[in-house]
Ligand binder design. Structure first.
Ligand code: F0G
Length: 449
């Protein structure tokens, strides 16, 4: 498909099963939002027309994945399905020891419990919120050192997910570091990719000092695609070869398979070290079960083995990048500022720039988010003051589930965005009525102030 140069972002699949999406009147949406105390997490999905809350576990499985489900071997120990998954993961990543888990945060919990001690320091380009929570739960400190460009929404640098190498050197000089991690792609900072040059530079520094270097590989395939399409020297390298080279740099990885595994549930914890694997397996038994099923059914392991390979299909990844760029461009054209360049799995609206009349403690992200819902039944998530108190950027993430929505759905969301942009100058503040002390965004009650 190297001569593929049409303007149209054609979906590289056709449908053989469909699911109706709900339509609600403006009055019904307003009532639903009020019942939910102005927090979209508490709106039932049946009242949402286009659900862009997350790309996690919301993808559509392929015919081959559905067929694979029927091959599931539900044996408690050593199932055929596990062996197939293990072989697939070993082939893609080169990691010899493969522990399935029920989702990404289970891998994080086991890794943190086994490998971290109180007082340890862990460095990351940007910790995802569950990763940070597990590092801190182990008594360690989670330190984010993204490159400076990550903080500037209008900066169009190609690899804004990179780690700041000078900050890494300084932290390594300062004292012992228990672990260095790179999140591929950098979800909490706009879904931005990490370059191979950065992965290998971080790896070399860690190896020189004997510091364990790990990947959070939730969106490994999208990251590999960006290396292929944006980094000099990788134009002609195959996606499996790029992915393999990314993993070769690391000592182990955690993965939420609900993203680039294209399954509805699942995760992985993999390492090169047999002794470490044995400790993970014992710790995993507490929450995940026997190490060859890890909290998943045999059929889930089958679907994951297929999904991990499908995610590396260049036709699929090209479409994924192009449709995200199309979405970002469309929103910009109707007056909605978005984080540049478009990321791999989501478009991030710069709500602070869209509503300059609102201070961050007046929750501009929530104002824009709820307006998207009221105007068109579109659901996203605030990534700003409500989710991360003190956050410098006030963003709204519109995450696109894999292989679920078409270009017409995206066009519709852009049209809804156009109405929201017109209303933006008059948007008023929100306030918190009630909220728990941690992870408050999930359950807070909010109100227009
Ligand atoms: N790491 C990253 C980079 C993630 O984006 C997520 C989940 C996790 C780890 C945790 O994985 O949900 O399977 O336990 N991100 C979802 C999101 C929830 O909406 O971005 P999990």
């Amino acid at each position: 498909m190297d001569d593929w140069n049409f303007r149209t972002v054609i979906e590289p699949f056709r449908m053989k099963m469909v699911e109706a999406i709900p339509f609600r009147t403006a009055a019904q949406r307003l009532a639903a939002l009020e019942r939910a105390e102005h927090n979209l997490f508490k709106v039932p999905a049946r009242d949402v027309t286009i659900d862009l809350l997350t790309d996690s576990g919301t993808g559509a499985m392929s015919a081959n994945q559905w067929a694979a489900l029927m091959l599931g071997d539900e044996s408690y120990a050593g199932s055929r399905s596990f062996l197939k998954l293990e072989e697939t993961v070993q082939e893609i990543t080169g990691m010899p020891y493969v522990l399935p888990v029920h989702q990404g945060r289970a891998a994080e919990r086991i890794l943190a419990t086994v490998s971290l001690n109180p007082g340890d320091r862990v460095l990351n380009n940007t910790h995802f919120d569950t990763t940070r929570a597990h590092v801190e739960h182990a008594g360690a400190s989670a330190i984010d050192i993204p490159v400076a460009a990550a903080h500037v929404p209008s900066d169009t640098s190609p690899f804004k997910g990179d780690m700041d190498l000078a900050a890494l050197d300084a932290a390594l000089e300062e004292g012992p570091v228990a672990m260095v991690m790179l999140t591929l792609t950098n979800n909490a900072a706009g879904g931005q990719p990490v370059s191979m040059a950065n992965i290998e530079a971080v790896s070399a520094r860690c190896r020189a000092r004997g510091v364990p270097f790990w990947l959070d590989a939730a969106r490994y395939a999208e990251n590999a695609w960006f290396i292929h399409s944006r980094e000099a020297g990788f134009e002609d390298m195959s996606l499996p070869a790029i992915a393999r080279r990314m993993f070769d740099a690391a000592d182990g990885f955690t993965m939420s398979a609900k993203k680039d595994g294209i399954v509805n549930i699942g995760g992985l914890l993999c390492t090169r070290d047999k002794g470490q694997y044995d400790l993970f397996a014992v710790e995993g038994i507490l929450s995940e079960g026997f190490p060859t099923y890890g909290g998943l059914a045999g059929r889930d392991l089958e679907a994951l083995a297929v999904g991990l390979r499908e995610a590396l299909d260049p036709d699929y990844l090209r479409y994924r990048e192009r449709s995200m760029a199309y979405f970002a461009r469309g929103l910009m054209q109707v007056g909605i500022p978005v984080v540049q360049p478009a990321g791999g799995h989501a478009v991030y609206i710069d709500a602070g720039a869209l509503c300059p009349q609102l201070r961050s403690d007046q929750f501009p992200g929530i104002a824009v988010l709820n307006a998207l819902y009221l105007h068109g039944g579109v659901r996203g998530v605030e990534v700003g003051e409500l989710m991360f108190p003190g956050a410098t950027l006030q963003l709204v993430r519109l995450a696109v589930p894999r292989r679920v929505y078409t270009q017409a759905h995206i066009d519709y969301v852009i049209e809804v965005g156009e109405r929201v942009a017109k209303q933006a100058p008059e948007m008023g503040p929100y306030r918190i009525v009630e909220a728990p002390p941690v992870l408050r965004h999930f359950s807070a009650s909010l109100a227009p102030a």
